[in-house]
Design a protein around this ligand. Structure first.
Ligand code: UD1
Length: 427
């Protein structure tokens, strides 16, 4: 198994190209199921999760063609064509490896009138039920049955009649599934308290480009007037605000300065707000977002929340930054119940963090020291790399498959700005 070795103490300087957003891509790809015409997605990140989703689409009979990607380029273009869908089952083995597979349920149900998807089960950061996905689809008229570890959904008379659903908890995935199911309904569907993350806006924009009728885009109340069919489209995936935020933390912890090329200041607003309170400078530029720090970082209190609040996907990376800030920070994780698994690993590097339930108290320390650490989930892995960049000596981060799920060629991007990071095979 590969590991990454980070030599700490190098100030990051230069430009980091930001890839297409993983979480947007994972909901844009299943939109191909909604039409028999080709869907071309540009700026798709090259990630293990995207390959996994492509494989799942192929299982349904969707053809996928990758165009014009040279190994040295970041991102790629994929054309998906679901002329004839030959399968409607997402098997356990694929869903288990990639939770986002659940996002085929809505579009498959909309197009085929039926779908069967394995229950994803728990994951490292928490329980992660899918009850809200199912309740929203049921509210639109789907009949849902759960048996033998699978969700089987069908639309009576072949199509969803429409309806209303008020989310008791904001859910990104459930909003996405509901939207993709609603666009081909025979009537109108309304969603209240829907997620309004930029990735949801990206999804709505693609659906509209395919001919969908959606009102309220960017707000928490969405009205979808079903249309009989959607057509193909060519669409550019938005920039990855979490990847950009992660590199912002990486630059800041080294007292460096980087241009996050292609990043959107607006979409990163909550992260930038947190960074500024920590003492990091950030400003919008024509080419992206420039971030710099002069080594003086101060403690802050942070609470994760649905967009436009602070993204839970930034919590671990900001915590890494706060380990060396002056003073004591208090972090509150409100989205997932088990998202502090990076804490014992950061503490192995000399951080001083205590947790109690959903609260973490970070006592800033003067310095971190390199250690062998184990990545436990995607963003936790990145927090260890960030800590390693500031630590004295070498940090070895193991279990890289987590990082490879969400960071396109991390070590190459970090090397571009002067970090000493090396990927090596484990003997
Ligand atoms: C998505 C993101 C993930 C991010 C998360 C929150 C993708 C592929 N993943 O995950 O990176 O951390 O949003 O911003 O886009 N919940 C329920 N029932 C449900 C669904 C969710 O109780 O049916 C709960 C979850 O357990 C969690 C909260 O709602 O506590 C938010 O989860 P949700 O927004 O659905 O996260 P994901 O879509 O899984």
């Amino acid at each position: 198994m590969d590991k990454i070795i980070v030599e700490g103490g190098k100030r990051l300087r230069g430009t980091i190209p930001i890839s297409g957003a993983k979480n947007a891509a994972l909901t844009l790809i299943p939109c191909a199921l909604l039409t028999d015409e080709p869907l071309t997605l540009r700026n798709l990140p090259r990630l293990a999760d995207i390959d996994g989703f492509q494989h799942l689409m192929n299982q349904f009979g969707v053809t996928t063609v990758i165009q014009g990607s040279r190994p040295e380029d970041f991102g790629r273009v994929m054309t998906l064509e679901a002329t004839r869908i030959t399968g409607t089952v997402a098997p356990y083995d694929l869903v288990r490896k990639m939770r986002a597979s659940i996002l085929v349920l809505g579009p498959m149900l909309a197009r085929m009138g039926q779908a069967k998807v394995s229950l994803p089960g728990g994951c490292a950061i928490g329980n992660r039920p899918i009850d809200l996905h199912l309740k929203a689809l049921a509210a639109f008229g789907a009949v849902i049955e759960i048996a033998a570890g699978y969700v089987a959904a069908h639309a009576p008379d072949g199509g969803l009649p429409g309806g209303e659903f008020d989310f008791p908890v904001v859910s990104v995935g459930a909003t996405e599934n509901a939207l993709m199911a609603a666009v081909l309904a025979s009537g109108t569907c309304r969603l209240f308290n829907a997620a309004r993350e930029p990735e949801i806006v990206d999804l709505c924009n693609l659906l509209v480009a395919m001919g969908a009728q959606i009102e309220g885009i960017g707000t928490s109340d969405l009205t979808i007037h079903g249309v009989p069919r959607l057509h193909g489209a060519t669409y550019k995936v938005m920039a990855d605000r979490i990847e950009a935020g992660s590199y912002a933390c990486a630059a800041a912890i080294t007292g460096g300065e980087v241009l996050l090329q292609g990043a959107s200041f607006e979409e990163m607003a909550s992260t930038i707000h947190a960074l500024r309170n920590i003492g990091v400078h950030a400003k919008a530029e024509a080419g992206g977002v420039r971030v710099s720090a002069d080594g003086k970082l101060q403690a802050v209190n942070l609470t994760t929340a649905p967009y436009p609040g602070l993204a839970t996907d930034m919590q671990a990376q900001l915590m890494a930054l706060l380990t060396v800030a002056e003073g004591t920070s208090v972090l509150n994780e409100t989205i997932f119940e088990n998202r502090y698994m990076h804490v014992p690993e950061l503490n192995r590097m000399g951080a001083h963090i205590e947790t109690s339930g959903r609260t973490a108290i970070v006592h800033g320390v003067g310095k971190l020291t390199g250690a062998e650490v184990m990545a436990t989930d995607l963003r936790a892995s990145m927090s260890l790399v960030i800590a390693g960049l500031a630590a004295e000596g070498q940090t070895e981060v193991r279990r890289l498959y987590h990082l490879d799920r969400g960071y396109e060629r991390l070590e190459e991007k970090l090397a571009l700005v002067g970090a000493q990071v090396e990927r090596v095979g484990d003997e």
